[in-house]
Design a protein around this ligand. Structure first.
Ligand code: MIC
Ligand code: SF4
Length: 644
């Protein structure tokens, strides 16, 4: 039987288990990436493992999230990361070099390899024909120490692309169509594999836009084949020798095939507050726009910004629009500058930032009260921009550029101009001087630790039973941005006690104080949630900070993959309702008792919970492999590794 691309890569990296869908497997990780906001914690954990240097083929530490540097915290963390990279054999991409996913695509990604990254958009590199997976920092630290990565052997869904995109319709509209079909929930344990003749019409950065936002569907990863287009991209990066062809066999089988005809697509937008709420731009046309933000790891490539510059050439930003561009990398900026596009963008009135996450993570460029903000990024979650009342819409750069000119939602096909086709360059201007290689004398490198770096919090083994209070009950689709905000709070990533003060800040400001009180009174905190709990980012602080506050269990209707793994890594048990309607029988403040927990988990038996307040009882499920049960019982991954 023929094999698909996903199977081919997984098979050559398999170190434990069988490629049977739904079973736990372990794969060898060739490359890792971290970014600074998840990286400091990942490296503290790596240091705690006592391994002398990374064991991967390549590990890169990027600085792209916390670059605001108001106060000493960010700068100190950058120094810490630089010294760790030098000491342990890791490449450091300095602040100013670009957003991790864009730079990785340009300079490091290789077809047929595996990549594990402490950022949920790591699947961007799937555009190059890699299996690239987002995970918590601790999982990445473990991979850097040479251990395999465990995952559920995925279902592979083929997205069969036919036809060719029309002018003004772009890769972003393809992935918004995918989101419209699959939504943001119910796709855990799947891989989207792209195929069909339409694939050859898309450049690598366009493919990367599509794999990037697969993260919003909650899939394990998304992947494209590696073909002639991939070869041309790598050759233009001066890396042709990194190219390997990788295609699905003609008789490859898939769990499901979904056709998308590129020729039929139209400009789309994700409307507030979920990337899965899709409308056509025509439906929104005429809505006044206050802010346009172009860039982020989804749409910040040379081609994206070159098209924007051509649309805006000789035009000016509408007076009621605040217009910002965050290019993807220093390479993108330098190539735009050399080709004259930067001048056109400045002339149009763009506020061009460093090549960083910036507006996307809400640590800068927060829009005005009640703003309508059009963004080319991937997430429009409630509160993410830093302005609670803002309404974020996600579109293509083409649609965003149209609004820059008109000041309102405008279908770019209605602009009275010819579509500015942009060819991919034969050769990019490249310069890796902002990437620092590891030290040749690592023994002499001293690790720098500023006062922002607090001690790693530890956890105790799982108790024989959990007696605790439902400190908060939340609804469906709670994202990690709800659980622990990024934005202005993100500078405390290396200081868990401080950062924990902001857990659930945008949902219930009193959570942290109430949870601390319960913890200090010797009881546990329990979180109750609806469907798809933990959507969005890979930030392990969404588990680590609750752990610090004494949360021992989360009971939800369902969980997202990365967050569920992070909960396990920090000794918090993710439990699901056996009967979903039991969710309605619990209220915030109820006292619950999960009896006989340790023994039941050791024996893989189902759990009974008593609602002491309501005098009721119900059953809970959990889906944990034997290894995960051992991690939970040990009180988390670090203790589990030490015990081993
Ligand atoms: C995001 O887009 O939410 C982030 C910030 O990149 C996160 C990582 C983090 O919280 O540090 C992600 O996507 O994993
Ligand atoms: Fe950065 Fe935004 Fe991409 Fe996250 S989604 S890596 S914050 S640009």
């Amino acid at each position: 039987m023929g094999k698909n691309v996903t199977q081919k890569i997984l098979e050559t990296h398999l170190v434990e288990g069988k490629l049977e869908q739904g079973k736990e497997i372990a794969i060898r990780i060739d490359q890792t990436l971290t970014q600074d906001a998840t990286g400091t914690m990942a490296y503290l954990q790596f240091e705690a493992m006592g391994v002398p240097n990374v064991k991967t083929e390549l590990s890169v530490s990027y600085i792209d999230h916390n670059t605001i540097q108001v106060g000493f915290e960010n700068a100190d963390d950058h120094r810490y990361l630089q010294s760790i990279a030098a000491k342990y054999g890791i490449y450091l991409s300095r602040a100013g070099n670009g957003i991790c996913h864009q730079v990785h695509l340009e300079r490091f990604g290789k077809p047929t390899k595996t990549l594990l990254g402490s950022d949920s958009h790591t699947p961007t590199a799937g555009g190059l024909g890699m299996i690239a997976i987002g995970a918590g920092g601790l999982d990445v630290a473990v991979a850097m120490a040479g251990e395999p990565f465990y995952l559920t052997c995925p279902k592979v869904i083929k997205i069969n692309l036919k036809g060719k995109l029309n002018p003004w319709v772009s890769a972003k509209d393809v992935v918004l169509t995918v989101l419209e079909i699959f939504t943001t929930k119910g796709n855990v344990g799947c891989v989207f594999e792209y195929g069909g003749e339409g694939v050859t019409t898309l450049s690598v950065p366009e493919r990367a836009t599509i794999t990037n936002m697969g993260a919003e569907c909650g899939v394990t990863t998304s992947v494209f084949p590696s073909d002639e287009i991939t070869r041309q991209f790598l050759a233009a990066q001066g890396r042709e020798t990194d190219w390997v062809e990788l295609k699905a066999d003609p008789d490859a089988e898939y769990d499901k095939v979904v056709d998308i005809n590129l020729s039929e697509l139209v400009p789309l937008a994700a409307v507030p507050h979920s990337p899965g709420n899709i409308k056509t731009v025509t439906e929104l046309a005429g809505t006044a726009v206050n802010q346009v933000c172009i860039g982020s790891c989804t749409n910040s490539s040379y081609k994206d910004l070159m098209i924007v510059s051509k649309i805006l050439k000789g035009k000016k930003v509408h007076p009621s629009v605040s217009f910002v561009i965050s290019p993807g990398s220093k390479q993108v900026i330098e190539n735009l500058a050399r080709d004259g596009a930067l001048a056109d963008l400045y002339s149009a009135g763009a506020r061009i930032t460093e090549p960083v996450c910036g507006f996307c993570i809400g640590n800068s460029q927060s829009p005005q009260t009640d703003a309508v903000s059009i963004r080319t990024s991937n997430r429009n979650f409630f509160g993410r921009s830093g302005t609670k009342t803002a309404n974020l819409y996600l579109t293509s750069p083409q649609t965003a550029a149209a609004a820059v000119i008109t000041g309102k939602f405008t279908d770019p096909r209605d602009l009275e101009m010819e579509y500015p086709f942009v060819e991919m360059p034969q050769k990019f201007y490249t310069d890796d001087s902002m990437i620092i290689a590891p030290s040749k004398t690592p023994g002499q490198v001293e690790v720098y630790r500023g006062p922002n770096i607090a001690e790693l919090p530890s956890n105790l083994p799982m108790p024989s039973e959990i007696s605790g209070i439902v400190t908060i009950k939340v609804g469906d689709k709670i994202t990690t941005d709800h659980i622990i905000p990024a934005g202005a709070r993100m500078k405390y990533r290396s200081n868990v006690p401080k950062y924990s003060e902001f857990v659930f800040e945008i949902v219930d400001e009193s959570f942290s104080k109430r949870a601390t009180k319960i913890r200090d009174a010797g009881q546990y905190n329990i979180i109750v949630a609806g469907l798809s709990y933990g959507q969005g980012s890979s930030r392990e602080h969404a588990a680590l900070c609750p752990m610090f506050l004494g949360v021992k269990a989360v009971i939800a209707k369902s969980f997202e993959r990365i967050h569920s793994a992070n909960l396990i890594n920090f000794g918090i048990i993710p439990l699901t309702f056996k009967t979903e309607t039991d969710y309605d029988q619990i209220d915030s403040g109820d006292k619950l008792q999960i009896v006989n927990l340790r023994q039941a988990v050791s024996n893989n038996e189902s759990l009974t919970v008593k609602n002491v307040t309501k005098q009721t009882e119900f059953q809970l499920n959990y889906h944990l492999s034997e290894r995960q049960r051992d991690i939970i019982l040990a009180g988390g991954m670090l203790t589990y590794i030490k015990n081993k």
